[in-house]
Each structure stands twice: as structure tokens, then as C-alpha cells.
Design a protein around this ligand. Structure first.
Ligand code: AP5
Length: 194
């Protein structure tokens, strides 16, 4: 199974991706976690990424693809993946699509779009900021991340919708209910595609 989570900050991409990885026996690849680990380790790459992450800006498309391409190819060969946070712009989606056309068996099979009202996104991110102190869960940066999602990521959904890959899921439910809805809809989509 090869899945992509697309949703705004705080919608539950990471939470659900972990559950889906365990359910389908696939690899969870979180672009944000990969980048935060580099920053925390103080690597040269981490120093390059740190400013964008702290401001809630997107990392440059070409750098993102360079970092994530190989882990995704390897995960596809090991049974599949759930991508959490990449692709995140139309350009990333188009470039990933071009790569997938050249390598058999790595293309996406479903895109999970979690829908959560903005006040709930703000509530979750503020709560996590207080509880865990993640650097970009700061009031001003949260607002910017949500704006960046609206302008850069949401338009990308059209690209996948045109390929019949998107399932819309109500993310404003308890975690377990969201998970059950995703599995039901993803399995139905896969069966429909044969
Ligand atoms: P990334 O790490 O992807 O962060 P994000 O998109 O802002 O997403 P979050 O991790 O905040 O939210 P989530 O949807 O995963 O929700 P979660 O499950 O954590 O990206 C960080 C940064 O990296 C970007 O700003 C950018 O700089 C850079 N970056 C990453 N990918 C990039 C790319 N492809 N291109 C360029 N730059 C890139 O849940 C949030 C909270 O809500 C948690 O506390 C959780 O416990 C709670 N929660 C989850 N589900 C529920 C529920 N159903 N009910 C109640 N609470 C819930």
C-alpha cells in the first residue's frame, strides 16, 4: 500500500500515519520529522533547514525531493509507505510523479485528505505547543503555517483529485473513528481500482 496524507497543520497527519503504517505493515515517512531530526542533530543540512522550520516556511522544493527520494524508493520496495508531509506543493507533486513514471511500483495509490475546522486546528496546535514545546507551535508561526497550507498545499489536491486518488475524511472525530473512516475509504478505493 502506498499512501499520502494531505491536511493542514494539526489535522492529524502524523497521528493517523503511524496507525496506518502499523495496520498495513508499511513505512511511515514524515518529512517534518526527518527535517527536525537534522536540525536537532546540528548537521550541515540541519543548519540549512532550521530557519525555514522555525518560521513555518516551506523548505525549497529541490532540496526536499533530494532528501526524500531514496527513502521513498526503498520503502516502496519493502512493502509500501505512508507519506506524511510530502509532496506538499504542486511542483513537488509533479516532480514526484515524473520520478514514479520512471520506476515501476512506487507510484501513489491513494491520497488521504483530512478535513478539520480551523478553530480545532488552532486548539490542537496551541495545546501541543504548551505540552511539548515544538518550536513551530508558536502563535504567530501557527498562523503562518496555516496560511502556507492554504496557498501552497491545498491547490495540490486538484492534481491528485484529477487522477481519482483523493479520499476526503472527517478529521474532527476521535482518533480511532478517523482511523476507521480512512481504512474503509482507502480499501474501497483500492477495490474499485481493482
Ligand atoms: P510537518 O512536520 O509536516 O508539520 P505540519 O504539516 O505543520 O503538521 P503537524 O505535525 O503540526 O500536524 P499533523 O497534521 O501531523 O497532526 P498531528 O498528528 O501531529 O512540517 C513541519 C515543517 O517542515 C513545515 O512547516 C516546513 O517548514 C517543513 N516541511 C515539511 N515537509 C515539507 C515539504 N514537503 N516541503 C517543504 N517543507 C516541508 O496532530 C497534531 C496534534 O493534534 C497532536 O497533539 C495530536 O495528538 C492531536 N490530534 C491528532 N488527531 C487528533 C484527533 N482526532 N482529535 C484530537 N486531537 C488530535
Amino acid at each position: 500500500m502506498r499512501l499520502l496524507m494531505v491536511a493542514p497543520p494539526g489535522a492529524g497527519k502524523g497521528t493517523q500515519a503511524k496507525l496506518l503504517a502499523a495496520h498495513y505493515g508499511i513505512v511511515h515517512i514524515s518529512s517534518g520529522e526527518v527535517f527536525r531530526r537534522e536540525v536537532a542533530a546540528g548537521t550541515e543540512l540541519g543548519r540549512t533547514l532550521a530557519g525555514d522550520l522555525a518560521r513555518g516556511d516551506l523548505v525549497a522544493d529541490e532540496l526536499v525531493l533530494e532528501i526524500l527520494k531514496q527513502p521513498i524508493i526503498e520503502a516502496a520496495a519493502r512493502g509500501g509507505y505512508v507519506l506524511d508531509g510530502f509532496p506538499r506543493t504542486l511542483r513537488q507533486a509533479e516532480e514526484a510523479y515524473q520520478v514514479a513514471r520512471q520506476i515501476a511500483g512506487i507510484e501513489l495509490q491513494a491520497v488521504v485528505h483530512l478535513i478539520v475546522p480551523r478553530p480545532e486546528l488552532l486548539r490542537r496546535l496551541r495545546a501541543r505547543g504548551t505540552a511539548q514545546g515544538r518550536g513551530d507551535d508558536d502563535e504567530i508561526v501557527i498562523a503562518h503555517r496555516l496560511d502556507v497550507y492554504d496557498s501552497e498545499t491545498e491547490p495540490m489536491l486538484e492534481f491528485y483529485a484529477g487522477r481519482g486518488l483523493v479520499v476526503d475524511v472527517d478529521g474532527f472525530q476521535p482518533v480511532e473513528a478517523v482511523f476507521e473512516e480512512i481504512v474503509k475509504k482507502v480499501d474501497a478505493l483500492r477495490e474499485g481500482l481493482g
